[in-house]
Design a protein around this ligand. Sequence first.
Ligand code: NDP
Length: 246
Amino acid sequence: MMLKDQVAVITGGARGIGKEIALRFAGEGARVVLYDLNPAQLEPTVAELRALGSQAEGLPVNVTDPAQVDDAVQKTLDKCGHIDILINNAGITKDGLLLRMDVAAWDAVINVNLRGTFLCTKAVSRLMLKQKRGRIVNIASIIGLIGNAGQANYAASKAGIIGLTKSVARELASRAITCNAIAPGFIQTDMTAMLPDEVKQAMLKQIPLGEFGTPADVADAALFLVSAASRYITGQVLVVDGGMVM
Ligand code: NDP
């Protein structure tokens, strides 16, 4: 029970990597609060968490909207009394080659991935500063480190998250708040399921450990970064990619 009585907010927690992080944290005794777009998707995930004995909550939130984010953080505070952990995980892709990428696809990805991370971090860190403790983990991507043809918007948003992580780490360190990023490689979720088979096979050839990652691999890294075992680590990017980028 590494996270007993701790309150963890997880954005995009209704499915994929966010859901797996929620299950992992709940298993360690955390009270998890999921912020996600779609109430119909939140409900079964919250029910699954509660069935495991967790005091889980789900709030429909669009992380790009400052009013919705502030309102959700206030509701979380009213209900739970404190927020100890923030996982900025909500993210989308809208791929296309640069010359064909329209402004809407650029804005949508930057807004959810980068603006959303900024807004949630700003709202939650206000409480963490008062508490003089807290753990923030931002889900970036190896694409933010190495770039990718067809993902200029996504790569820029994830590189932006890495810069944001380091700045926030520096600003909040004096109050015992850490802020780190995880850069996953190819993880098997709905986001990657839609890729064509030949793309997946080409990716697999570039992974020294010889297999795709699972949401559980990312959840394990997230657990480390919010646990006491990482007390002295801040402003870092933990790459979880089977050795793809080294
Ligand atoms: P999924 O698409 O499976 O899940 C993303 C979740 O975020 C969904 O529940 C989605 O809701 C929610 N979401 C999307 N937009 C918003 C929003 N505006 N406000 C609140 N919630 C939102 O993605 P993954 O689990 O694969 O990815 C999770 C994170 O990990 C992302 O940041 C992604 O970039 C990152 N990542 C993933 C990798 C992978 O290989 N899968 C690799 C590297 C990084 P809805 O279902 O309603 O759309």
